[in-house]
Structure formats: C-alpha cells, structure tokens
Design a binder for this molecule. Structure first.
Ligand code: 13P
Ligand code: SF4
Length: 310
C-alpha cells in the first residue's frame, strides 16, 4: 500500500460506498478502534452483528468472533482483516477430543464460552460470554449437571460465584495466564490506592486479589464510574486505549507478566492492522465462509444465549 495513502479516509469512503460496518474488539490496536463504527466485548459485538442492516460486516477481531457474526448473518459478507487471527483458547478444544470428553459425561449439559470454534458451538447446548456467564449458568436448573468449556479459569471463577459444581475442560487463554502475582503485589505496594481490575480469564490467584472482575466492557465501565485515580489492569492492553480516552485524568497501569520478555498483547488480535483492514475492505477478502449444516447447528446455542441476554 502507498505509504502516503490516508487509510482513515479510505476506510471511511469504503464504508459508505459498500454499506459496510466495522466492528472492533477492545483488544484491537488504537487506530482500528478509532476507525470502528462500534467497539465492544464479545457479547456486544455478537448483538451488534445480529442487528446490523449493513451489507458487509468487517470484523476487526479474531476468527471465532467473525465466525459468530457469519453464523448469525448467513446472507451477509463477513470479512476478517487477517484470517490467521485465531485464539489460543479456541485452539485448546479440538472438536474430536471434545466429542469424546462429552461422551464420558452423557447426562451433562454443555455451556461453552463464545471463545471456541463453530464445531464446539455445535456440540454445545448454550453459549456464554464473560459478561453474561453467571446469568447463563444460573439459568440452568440446579439438578442439571454441567460441562463448562473451554476456559478453566472462567469456569473455576463461575463455580465459586454460583456454587455450581461444573466439569471443566482444561483450556486457557495465553494472554491471561502470564500475569505475575508477585509483580502485581509489588506494584500495589508502590500504588496503594490503585484498584486491581481483572478479566475472569485470569488465573485464580490474580482473581483473588482483584477489586473488580469483569468482561472488557465491564472493566471499562468500572474504570469510568469508580472514584479511584489509579488502576492496575489485568487483561490485554488494547482496553487501555478506551480507558485512557474516557478518563484522561486517571492512570492505567498494565498488570506485569511473569516473564519480562513477554507482553500482554494478544498475538492473534494484533495480527490485524489498519492497512490489512483497508485492504480487506477494498478487495472484500478474506471472507468467512462455512458449511451450512455446521452453521445451523452452531446457531442454536448462540440464539439461546442471545434470548437470555436480550
Ligand atoms: P470479552 O471482551 O467478551 O470480555 O472477551 C475477552 C476476550 O478474551 C476476547 O478474546
Ligand atoms: Fe483468545 Fe486470549 Fe487472544 Fe482473547 S486474548 S483472542 S481469549 S488468545
């Protein structure tokens, strides 16, 4: 791409010319968030994708999110700037192994976190996201045994919150597993008034010391409404852009990872760039396509979630 090209202007032009909407997750790079029509957490994005009347949905996020948008909109074109933008959590549940796991617990109902492939969704009874997970678990009769997949950290957190004894699949997110309890504790000593806010994909010791736990939208809202002036943020760093934008007078410190060579950026989310976003809108590629039978099977548990979360 010509380096003198005004990508922001070009993307705005393409949106109008093609009746396209750009949906972005909070973990996208700041430039992408600034050009998006809607920025949200996984639930907000799925709800927006379900309601839009745009002809093209450009999904600045990862594959399972764009796939969910396609499941809900079979007749619309759904584009993802980089088809390789996957998710370690979704990868942690290969369909064949999950099918065997499910067969070992024949009486269990399956709740799957939206961070999974369409194959796993098709094997699930109901989907949840981090913002409605508690509500979804509580919507299931108490005598009904449950499998929760694929995130064991969110699952463990829900067991504690709801008192339900669920069977957990052993998956986790590579970004939320790397936070250092020791370093966060030390940071808290230097910033005694800072609130620790964490995503429920974090491991239990981090969640134990958190002042607030929530989805990305939940964390952002908390940072806007809470009175503290400093926050240690235990999730992907992309969210700091909106936090800083809406509360410029507050200080947001990314929670430090265990290994100082590591960072809290999601390598999948960060595969998308403004340039790739422009190219995918210009050429309408790469496009999400899927098998119709799989799409129909995967849609059912998502619809069940959307009904409960409406
Ligand atoms: P939410 O934005 O729904 O909290 O999800 C976080 C996440 O890890 C998305 O990949
Ligand atoms: Fe997946 Fe974690 Fe990246 Fe979210 S942050 S897309 S859960 S790897």
């Amino acid at each position: 791409v010509d380096p003198t090209l005004d990508l922001f202007g070009e993307i705005e032009r393409l949106k109008k010319e093609k009746n396209a909407i750009v949906l972005a997750h909070y973990y996208q790079e700041p430039d992408i968030q600034d050009v998006a029509d809607y920025i949200g957490d996984s639930l907000g994005l799925a709800q927006k994708a379900e309601k839009t009347d745009a002809e093209i949905i450009v999904f600045a996020g990862v594959h399972f999110m764009a796939e969910t948008a396609k499941i809900l909109n079979p007749h619309k074109k759904v584009l993802l700037p980089d088809l390789k933008a996957g998710c370690s959590l979704a990868d942690s549940a290969p369909p064949e192994l999950f099918r065997q796991f499910k067969a070992k617990h024949p009486n269990h109902l399956v709740i799957s976190y939206i961070n999974c492939t369409a194959d796993i969704k098709a094997l699930s009874d109901i989907i949840c996201t981090s913002s409605n997970a508690e509500k979804i678990v509580e919507s299931i009769p108490v005598d009904q045994p449950i499998i929760f997949a694929p995130d064991k950290n969110l699952g463990g957190y829900l067991i504690k919150k709801t008192g339900r004894d669920m069977v957990l699949w052993n998956g986790a997110c590579m970004v939320h597993e790397i936070f250092s309890l020791e370093k966060i504790t030390r940071l808290k000593i230097r910033h005694p008034n800072a609130k620790i806010i964490a995503h429920p994909e974090c491991e239990e010791p981090i969640l134990r010391i958190a002042d607030f736990i929530g989805s990305t939208t939940g964390l952002l809202k908390y940072s806007q409404e809470d009175a503290a002036m400093e926050y240690i943020v235990a999730t992907e760093t992309g969210i700091l852009h909106q936090m800083q934008k809406s509360s410029p007078h507050k200080m947001f410190i990314p929670a430090p990872p265990d290994n100082s060579c590591a960072c809290n950026d999601c390598p999948h989310m960060k595969l998308n760039t403004l340039e790739k976003l422009y190219l995918c809108m210009e050429y309408e590629l790469p496009e999400i396509t899927m098998d119709e039978q799989l799409r129909v099977a995967a849609r059912k548990p998502i619809e069940r979630m959307l009904e409960i979360s409406a």
